[in-house]
Design a protein around this ligand. Structure first.
Ligand code: NAD
Ligand code: UFG
Length: 337
């Protein structure tokens, strides 16, 4: 029976669909294409040689979501659909609450109506960042304090709480929340990758556009953080490792009889912005001109995962290194330039 992947045409969703199909799972994609293109769904089919039923529906339109459950015998849902730009969420909080929260509520109601109780939810390391202690840089475990600093992060934390309540109300609900750290890179085919609209917010999409000459230089947001070289440290993870993490979580979901559990998906290794710039230049032979700019509001010094729980319980571990991530990001950018 198929898995419904909401947001399956997006960056993380398209790679996750490839991993699932390669491991023999059947999938259906629902995506309103507000931040992706239908071509990504075609590329998933091209890479895997499998058909991908696609519904270009909006989660906020409950009747159309219900029609998918009516038509298809869905066994589980991987829920990635949502808005994700932190800065925009501060300027337009209602847009974020409406899309991320209302979309999730509609989806959960349809799942309940059609007896589908298995879900993997796309959460984020952002659920920890509001509680980070600036004086210390410790790996974040799933037990680390949770606190957020912006409406986007609040939607992730709220949805986790909704899911926890749901499981408490009916223990048959079987839910895994995956807290992603910083995915970068692309599938080795370069057919799918991260291709944001407009000027990129995130580091790697910005770097590749500087490398291709589309943008003039990188602005490094602050070099006075309490880190080895003063620039922000994050846990970058190859998108295909992250995608494989969903396969591992789906296998775990199939083995358990109900619960709500959160897992970090990260490598456990922190790299600074300068590490990324230097590795990208070395691996790809392209210089990245940069200037030091003021700090970006809301950024923290250091954020990296303790991935032990996922290793132990999901039998999953990130395998690719930073050079792989930089190389695959650049190959993808060249393929679309
Ligand atoms: P993305 O924007 O590439 O993918 C999200 C997809 O959801 C898009 O294809 C978009 O068209 C679709 N979508 C949005 N609202 C929808 C709606 N109402 N109905 C149907 N489809 C809708 O983003 P991504 O990077 O692939 O992120 C996927 C998920 O992972 C998001 O929930 C995001 O918050 C979360 N996440 C991402 C990161 C990251 O660094 N990329 C980190 C942590 C968590
Ligand atoms: N950075 C720059 N210049 C840029 C962009 C980013 O110096 O043009 C720096 C940031 O200051 C930070 C690092 O690069 O130190 C990473 O920034 P990103 O924007 O790529 O990633 P964030 O860690 O800020 O946030 C991302 C997603 C969030 C998610 C979080 C999870 O945007 O949605 O990872 O860790 F919640």
């Amino acid at each position: 029976m198929p898995i419904l992947v909401t947001g399956g045409a997006g960056y993380i969703g398209s790679h996750t669909c490839v991993s699932l199909l390669k491991k023999g799972f059947e999938i259906i994609v629902l995506d309103n294409l507000c931040n992706s293109k239908e071509n990504a769904v075609k590329c998933i089919s091209r890479i895997t040689g499998k058909d991908v039923p696609f519904y270009p529906y909006d989660l906020r339109d409950k009747e159309s979501v219900r029609s998918v459950f009516e038509k298809e015998a869905i066994e589980a849902v991987i829920h990635l659909a949502g808005y994700k730009a932190v800065g925009e969420s501060v300027r337009e909080p209602l847009k974020y609450y409406e899309n991320n929260i209302l979309g999730t509520l509609n989806l959960l109601e349809c799942m309940r109506e059609y007896g589908v109780r298995n879900m993997i939810f796309s959460s984020s390391a952002t659920v920890y960042t509001g509680a980070l202690d600036k004086a210390s840089a410790k790996a974040l475990t799933e037990e680390s304090p949770l606190a957020v600093t912006n409406p986007y992060g609040r939607t992730k934390l709220m949805i986790e709480e909704i899911l926890r309540d749901l499981h408490q109300s009916d223990p048959v609900w079987n839910i895994i929340s995956l807290r992603y750290f910083n995915p970068i890179g692309a599938h080795e085919s370069s057919l799918i990758g991260d291709d944001p609209n407009g000027i990129p917010n995130n580091l790697m999409p910005y770097i590749v556009q500087v490398a291709s000459g589309k943008l003039e230089k990188l602005n490094i947001f602050g070099n006075d953080y309490n880190t080895k070289d003063g620039t922000g440290v994050r846990d970058y993870i190859h998108i295909m490792d992250l995608a494989d993490g969903h396969v591992a979580a789906m296998k775990k979901l199939n083995d358990c009889g109900g619960g709500f559990t959160a897992y970090n998906l990260g490598t456990g290794q922190g790299y600074s912005v300068l590490d990324i710039v230097n590795t990208f230049s070395r691996v790809n032979g392209v210089e990245i001109p940069y200037v030091i700019a003021p700090r970006r509001e809301g950024d923290v010094d250091t954020c990296f995962a303790d991935p032990f729980k996922a290793e132990q319980e999901l039998n999953w571990k990130a395998m690719r290194n930073l050079a792989d991530m930089c190389r695959d990001s650049w190959y993808f950018q060249q393929s679309i330039s």
